[in-house]
Design a protein around this ligand. Sequence first.
Ligand code: HEM
Length: 172
Amino acid sequence: MATKKEIYALELTPVKKAEDIHFKNPPLAFFNAVGGEEGMKELMYDFYDKIYESDIAHFFPQDEAEFDEVKFKNSKFFIQICGGPKVYEDETQGMELNEYMIRIHDDFSITEKSRLEWLGTMRAALADKAQHVDIGLIQEFWDYLEKFSKLTVNTFADGSTYYAAYTQAKED
Ligand code: HEM
């Protein structure tokens, strides 16, 4: 079990340009505790509903059918990255899952500010949909998101761009 207060206390740390990122993929125990494929889908659909109310809504498709497609693919990704069924496998064009995830974000100018908004939105979705999950498991899921999301930031405050190499993703 987790309280909203505990979930909102999950920590955010700042990105540093070009640093290596050490992270672990989220545990299968989180996937099971959140409610398997159905539970994960519910969490991610809630996340995207909140994205549309957020400061980063403009990054995402405004067309409803395209938006549904992103919601659906996003849910499949999170099912697989937690060690659940490999339902996202066919999307990765032969790349390793995390490598594909870094590269798919290259098409968007993602700043630290948008990363923090993305994480804040996810934290709100967890507070609404994951209170039945043990806080330790939520923490592990969060650690993956908080760290991995640094590799999606490609546009910096001084106006420069830097696209993370897959070799900077250090899966411990
Ligand atoms: C842990 C960090 C993140 C993960 C795991 C993640 C995961 C994903 C996934 C699974 C998709 C769908 C890919 C597909 O089409 O198959 C996606 C798309 C996208 N993500 Fe992320 N994301 C992360 C961080 C971010 C951040 C920080 C932003 C900031 C704005 C962002 C913006 C987007 C956008 C704009 C799309 C594409 C929407 C479209 O297809 O038009 N993501 N992401």
